[in-house]
Design a protein around this ligand. Structure first.
Ligand SMILES: [Zn+2]
Length: 286
């Protein structure tokens, strides 16, 4: 799995997954026809897949988080003995790590790994997944979670799944460039929320996101730069009057009364006007 760390972009494309080589042998990591992939040579499943959701829609996994904070993955069909379900059950029984590929654009996936199957519920036709080692321990047989551990599990699911997929989708929508200054180093870019995670409309979906570099993200979050619903930029008056070095001058004051330099080409992926309006009202009230 270390190979996944050498990939050039935060996400992987189907071509890369299909051509994947291990020890000189081609072992496709994903099967376009099947959600659960089990190579003939392996005893259990190697990977699972969730297809891409369009920019304005909430991804299906958001409805599949249990009240215990753990993610569920639906069976293939309704037959618990279907070969794909059996392959994933085998990964559960043998405690094998798997990779979860979550669609972030057509044919592109964010890999979440290692993921473990920690439960199997034929009555609900679903498996339970652990997204990290701690979640795995919390689901160990006989262990009873308390409220704090449940909250931890929920937080981990948000960070390791929702926020990672959100980041990948938002960066792709903005062609991996800061929406304000066009900086294009992914290491220096964040997917900023327009309305925060804690807000009822603060969903991790692309129209609630902006790709921003670290400086512009912090300036946006700290109400130094505001984005109007028409995508024009406004710098807080007291900051406009400060005298300081080139970063303040060019990076902050210089963007006043300009517009977002990068917006997604797909209309539905653009920042939602309602969310910007609400956020901009907070900026003015600061
Ligand atoms: Zn920037």
């Amino acid at each position: 799995m270390a190979y996944l760390n050498t990939r050039p972009t935060p996400h992987v494309d189907y071509h890369w997954l299909r051509e994947f080589m291990f020890n000189g042998e081609q072992i496709p990591l994903m099967d376009m026809q099947r959600g659960i992939r089990k190579p003939a040579k392996l005893s259990g499943a190697l990977s699972i897949r969730t297809t891409y959701t369009k920019p304005g829609a909430a991804p299906p996994y958001m409805d599949n988080t249990g009240s215990d904070g753990f993610q569920r993955y639906k069976y293939r069909g309704t037959d618990p003995s279907h070969p794909e379900n059996k392959a994933l059950r085998r990964a559960f029984e043998d405690a094998l790590p798997i990779i979860w590929f979550v669609g972030v654009a057509p044919g592109r996936y964010e890999p979440i790994y290692p993921v473990y199957v920690v439960g199997d519920d034929p009555s609900q036709l679903e498996f339970t997944l652990a997204l990290d080692e701690t979640q795995r321990l919390l689901m160990a047989p006989g262990f009873v979670m308390d409220e704090a551990q449940r909250a931890y599990a929920m937080r981990e699911t948000k960070q390791r799944l929702h926020q990672r997929v959100f980041r990948s989708q938002v960066l792709l929508a903005y062609t991996t460039k800061c929406a304000i200054c066009r900086l294009k180093h992914p290491e220096l870019l964040d997917a900023a929320h327009i309305l925060p995670d804690s807000h009822p409309n603060g969903l991790p979906i692309v129209p609630n996101g902006l790709t921003l570099c670290k400086i512009h993200h912090a300036a946006f979050d700290n109400k130094i730069i505001g984005v109007r619903p028409d995508y024009s930029l406004h710098v807080r008056p007291d900051v406009l009057e400060e005298v300081d070095g080139w970063m303040l001058k060019g990076g902050i004051q210089g963007v006043h009364n300009t517009s977002l330099a990068v917006i997604p080409t797909v209309r539905k992926a653009r920042p939602s006007v309602d969310r910007l309006e609400e956020r901009y009202a907070e900026f003015l009230a600061y």
